[in-house]
Design a binder for this molecule. Structure first.
Ligand code: ADP
Ligand code: MG
Ligand code: ZN
Length: 507
């Protein structure tokens, strides 16, 4: 399905010496409402095909749409959180097109009268000179309905070309969507791929904080169209390409980067960039052409005659404004101060997607330093190795709390703790089960340690002599032998203290 092609690219750094990238991001978010946008059908994911449909979302003659009030409320809350103006009066529009994913032959959307407009979202990206803030301006936030899902069967590619027949499932048709469109983002230069990623991340976290969507990119409830163009420095903007339905944060970053490299090569060859939609391929990191771009006039937009305008009262808007939750940026600032960490340390947590987990771990009673250490160190490494998200690992904040308590009371050493987590991550059970199964206990009682120390001294009389003579550095060999004898389950510092006391040597 992916085109491993001979697309010519110019190295990224070289491309940026000649060209200035301009970005535009269109983000679709499926709202988490219980019912669809214009009818009462359920929105649950995964039902048998065409079981969550009714005359309205099937577009049968005589049926009439009714607006979902919760969807309007969610859109306004999103708009307010993005510092938008809210329209006091706006209409839906019919977007006409012929494709069987919408049974009506049109999609109800908003066109020139979006519910929310003119906002912004500030994002932070890490640079070599420290964190840098960008303001991404929002053009509009509007409401629309999702399309049905087509499955093209009988071919090798899953595309319509070469397929024997196509199946259509209208369960998704009519699920409320909001589309958030940025104004052109200029001036990011070589940071453009990171700015794009940071923007989608921030938008996702904002919607999560608002509770309006589950924003799962992997399940398609958040998807992003990535527009990129290049302009020779100091000249008007170039023609954009639009890479459709990019569905992971990493892919957003890669798609921008690839388009910059591709378009720079096209322009440098004296060719023109074609205005078209493109597909991103996860496996190769490349984009390939889709269809050439339709224009707004192709859709013959006109106001939807079956729906009354949406006219939210000022009271309602103010009431929604007053109940907005803490936004992610404010939350990060608050936690940074509460925990007494630096901007950079906070950025590290954010980049590792560990903020929520660390917060939960601290809430479970773990010291902030330890909570950060485990999540951004050991667990991030394991998650990267396994190619999964941190939150999908088997280890939980409660596990860390238990391990840390055992370290504090001397039952575990740091080394043993690692072994405990290794077991937990491998699915061997919870902390206490792993400790029992793997026999991970600190050999702590003095008499056991003392007999191991005496044995080690007897085995290495020359070393014992050196220590007695004041060569404290030589103690390492005895401590090492004791650790070996106890299979690493002794507390090395304690062994050392006992050893020196036994020999009557001062540190
Ligand atoms: P369409 O539906 O045709 O994609 P939209 O206005 O919904 O049009 O979205 C276009 C997106 O592309 C917006 O985010 C806009 O800011 C951005 N954009 C417009 N012109 C350019 C350009 N020359 N280069 C990059 N992005 C652009
Ligand atoms: Mg578009
Ligand atoms: Zn329906």
């Amino acid at each position: 399905m992916s085109g491993s092609t001979a697309i010519t690219r110019m190295p990224f750094d070289q491309a940026l010496q000649s060209f200035e990238p301009v970005l535009g991001l269109e983000t679709h978010v499926e709202l988490g409402t219980a019912s669809k946008m214009f009818c009462g059908c359920a929105t649950e994911f995964g039902g048998a095909p065409n079981t969550q449909v009714c005359p309205t979302c099937l577009g049968l003659p005589g049926s009439l749409p009714v607006v979902n009030a919760v969807a309007v409320e969610s859109t306004i809350r999103m708009g307010l959180a993005l510092h938008c103006d809210i329209a006091s009066w706006c209409r839906f529009a019919r977007k006409n097109y012929f494709y069987p994913d919408m049974p009506k032959d049109y999609q109800i959307s908003q066109y020139d009268e979006p519910l929310c407009f003119d906002g912004y979202l500030d994002v932070v990206v890490a640079t070599d000179d420290g964190p840098r803030e960008f303001r991404v301006e929002i053009e509009r936030v509007h409401m629309e309905e999702d399309t049905g899902k087509l499955t093209h069967a009988g071919g090798d590619t899953g595309r319509i070309h070469g397929a024997d027949y196509s199946l259509v499932d209208y369960n998704r048709a009519g699920i409320p969507l909001i589309e958030i469109v940025t104004k052109p983002i200029v001036g990011a230069g070589s940071l453009a791929p990171l700015v794009a990623r940071a923007y989608v991340t921030e938008l996702r976290d904002l919607m999560r904080a608002l509770g309006v969507s589950d924003v799962r990119m992997d399940q398609g409830s958040l998807r992003c169209d990535v527009n990129v163009s290049l302009a020779p420095a100091g000249e008007p903007w170039g023609t954009r390409s639009e890479t459709k339905n990019v569905n992971s944060l990493r892919s957003v970053e890669r798609a921008v980067r690839f388009e910059i490299e591709r378009q720079a090569a096209v322009l440098t060859d004296g060719e023109r960039v074609v205005q078209e939609t493109r597909h991103f391929h996860e496996d190769t990191g490349e984009t390939t052409p889709g269809r050439s771009k339709e224009h707004a006039e192709d859709y013959r937009y006109f106001p939807e005659p079956d729906l009354v305008p949406v006219a939210p009262s000022e009271d309602w808007i103010e009431q929604l404004r007053s109940t907005l939750p803490e936004v992610p940026s404010a939350r990060r600032a608050r936690l940074r101060d509460e925990w007494g960490i630096s901007d950079l340390e906070m950025q590290t947590l954010v980049n590792a997607e560990a903020l929520e987990l660390v917060e939960a771990t601290i809430a479970a009673g773990v010291d902030q330093g330890a909570a950060r250490k485990w999540w951004t160190g050991e667990f991030t490494r394991v998650a990267n190795e396994q190619g999964v998200a941190l939150e999908d690992l088997r280890v939980t904040p409660a596990h860390i709390a238990r391990v840390e308590a055992l370290i504090t009371d001397g039952s575990l050493t740091d080394k043993l703790a690692r072994s405990v987590f290794e077991g937990v991550l491998a699915g061997e059970g919870d902390v206490d089960q792993v400790i029992a199964e793997r026999g991970l206990v600190v050999v702590g009682d003095d008499s056991t340690l003392m007999s191991a120390i005496e044995q080690a001294l007897a085995d290495q009389p020359d070393v014992a002599e050196k220590i007695r003579g004041g060569k404290v550095q030589a103690a390492g060999a005895i401590v090492g032998a004791v650790m070996k004898a106890t299979k690493g389950q002794a507390d090395a510092a304690k062994v050392r203290t006992l050893l020196l006391a036994h020999l009557g040597v001062e540190e």
